[in-house]
Unconditional design. Structure first.
Length: 47
């Protein structure tokens, strides 16, 4: 399990609705909406 960086929801990596790679790290999202929010401002959410 990992945490969606946008909404904070716990996400199972094998069942994530969407993913995004930023600076070589894969981020997992509960929805495409969270993925799109992340991709608009990744520095805000990538920790």
């Amino acid at each position: 399990m990992t945490t969606d960086p946008v909404c904070g929801m716990e996400v199972d990596e094998t069942k994530a609705t969407a993913t995004s790679v930023y600076h070589g790290k894969t981020f997992y999202f509960c929805s495409t909406g969270c993925q799109q929010t992340f991709e608009k401002a990744p520095d805000k959410y990538a920790k």
